[in-house]
Design a protein around this ligand. Structure first.
Ligand code: DGL
Length: 257
């Protein structure tokens, strides 16, 4: 596999563009091929078998186009399908999971109060249960499904402050906000809400897994000798199953390019 080959990145829709932004920042020499499956979003309310089929058809296409690795820029798709994807393809498959370990580690041994915001499926799947098992005897961890936050990004209403704050209050007013140490954004769509979360949880750390995922991608490609050359100028191409000019324009807005 040539180090000039692109990296395939996909999500149920536009959320994975927050991961592409991180790749652009940390690995600017790489060529990224992004696919958003907005026609089938949200994944978080679907059955795992259905999500696996969507993932297979997206990744089959990536592989046909010669990608050197795939980033599943979706916590939900990772929970539902990452093992099957790794069994099916012989290129590196980088998945994502909520940054719960970071939230626990930052307490440095002190019991942490943590809220994990994610899709209903991510919080229900065995993968997250196993992650919880490692930490929940030592820390106070609350799981908060936030399905409406996906649709707001997908419909381009992220700048509708009243709608967003009303939705966040609906999910989080039940928590002791002043004593929450960290909020884990366990869905790549939610990363676009960072400033809103910061406003609501003014004294908490707002954590996501994007930086860690990209670091992991870098280490894996480096170990295989497949990082793009430093004189290569990286690019991003964006495709979406909802092939409308509006969705593509929104994608480029979210990408900030
Ligand atoms: N962006 C996805 C994630 O990280 C899921 C959104 C959805 O429900 O489609 O979990």
């Amino acid at each position: 596999m040539s180090s000039h080959a692109p990296i395939g990145v996909f999500d149920s829709g536009l959320g994975g563009l927050s991961v592409v932004r991180q790749i652009r920042k940390d690995m600017p020499n790489e060529t990224v091929m992004y696919f958003g499956d907005s026609a089938h979003a949200p994944y978080g309310l679907r059955r795992p078998e259905e999500i696996r089929d969507f993932c297979f058809s997206i990744c089959d296409r990536f592989v046909e186009r010669g990608v050197k690795g795939i980033v599943v820029a979706c916590n939900t798709a990772t929970a539902a399908a990452v093992n099957d994807l790794r069994a099916r393809y012989d290129i590196p498959i980088i998945g994502m999971e909520p940054a719960l370990k970071v939230a626990c580690d930052r307490g440095n041994g002190v019991r942490q109060h943590i809220v994990v915001a994610a899709t209903p499926l991510t919080l229900k799947e065995r993968k997250f249960e196993k992650l919880m098992d490692r930490f929940d005897s030592l820390h106070d961890i609350r799981k908060q499904p936030c399905p409406d936050l996906v649709g707001i990004v997908e419909s381009g209403r992220l700048s509708d402050r009243d709608l967003v704050m009303r939705t966040l209050h609906g999910y989080f007013d039940r928590y002791d906000i002043a004593h929450t140490d960290s909020v884990v954004l366990g869905c790549t769509h939610f990363v676009f809400y960072r400033d809103y979360f910061r406003e609501l949880f003014a004294h908490s750390a707002i954590l996501d897994g994007n930086e860690g995922t990209v670091r992991h991608l870098h280490v894996v490609l480096e170990s295989l000798g497949q990082l793009a050359d430093e004189d290569q100028r990286g690019t991003v191409s964006v495709e979406n199953s909802k092939d409308s000019p509006d969705v593509l324009a929104l994608s480029h807005d979210l990408l900030g390019e």
